[in-house]
Ligand binder design. Sequence first.
Ligand code: ARG
Length: 450
Amino acid sequence: MNVWSRRLAGPRDPLFQAFNASIVEDRFLADAEATASAAYARALARASVLTAAELDLILVGLERVRRRIAFGEDLCRFEDIHSAVELLLTEEIGDAGRKLHTGRSRNEQVVADEKLYLKAEIPKIVAAIGQVRAAAVALAGAHPDAIIPGYTHLQPGQYVLFAHYVLSLLGPLERAQSRLAETLHRLDACPLGSGAIAGSTIPLDRRTLAEDLGFAEPTSNSMDAVSDRTYILDVLYALAVLHLDLGRFAEDFVIFATREFGLIALDDRLATSSSLMPQKKNPDIFELVRASSGAAVGRLIGLMTTLKGLPSTYNKDLQTDKRPLREGIEEAGRVLRVFGAALGFIRPRADGPAAKPDASLLATDLADYLTEKGLPFREAHGVAGAVVAYAESQGKSCDELSLAELQKLYPGFGEDARAVFSVRRSIERKKTSGSTHPDEVRAALNRERE
Ligand code: ARG
């Protein structure tokens, strides 16, 4: 069933009709469509196109349509959600329903619906990110003293507090919230009144119409209003970056949970096993979080590629924006919920292979010690490197070298040199804000708890 059937001869070919329809993809916009249509009807009444009685009828009818769709009304006979709501409205209330589309185009409706959908959904994603922040704080706060090696190039670098590592999630999450909030700010203009391309002959008060729908303002150019889909790109970009960040931590956890690293333990309730190998305890949940960034980046690049080279205003290609939009929002919600919950099911391990204290990770501290004795850092770095190489050649750990051995490599080593080989000391000697020093980590926790 189409809203434009009388223009063309005979029935549509069902094959093309089905290919052209977007109703399967845009059902999720039903609520927004009913809301936008009600506001548009009020604007038509203000412009004296509808009587008060017709407006009342339309508003009541739209609520009935909204409910029918919410209760599972089969919409597959309609082309898209805009036609569906209009035709169901006419089914409900008769002729008055036929006046709703006066001066209106689906080209503007689809933009209004998508923006209303995002205005409702983005705050939920931002709140879900807040839940992950809280979960990170709970995990860090539960293990204030645990220590892990920090890695660069996936090679052990320097010791850090486990809590410091966990709290390094907060920055990415906060930036994701701010990126998403910014998308809302930028999309906050209502297209209704733009018509198909050129505006409307009805003297609509567009500002009141925009405010009625909760938009900050009306869009300022009718051609831009129906062309623009960058508000979806903005959201997909923000979500793709969020997924990349979550995926990075998920990958850390996959690595840390291996037998070879053994830096974290996964609760059985989170883990999975193998259909064949009975000993397996697998981190599928984190692997799936890691994988989610692939599709998230794909949605962004896919829609960007669709937009590339399109001429201005409405082109049917734009109809294919629905799936990346809906799936992007739904998948982010799902992944955030799972990731936040999963943080409650891991704990640091002190007995795993990579958790065993390794004095060579304190070589930087040894260089710092020599710097404090007056040696320029570049030379101190050389001496500390020579200590590590010498210890390795002797099959010893650095902290097993005698003072005499150290002094053979550099005579300036004193009695106090061996005190350097303490993991806890290494952490407590950090002096900069934002460092892994326990006071800094505690302060970060408290800031976030506030
Ligand atoms: N179903 C269409 C979409 O989602 C609505 C706009 C249709 N406009 C048109 N001129 N065919 O993009």
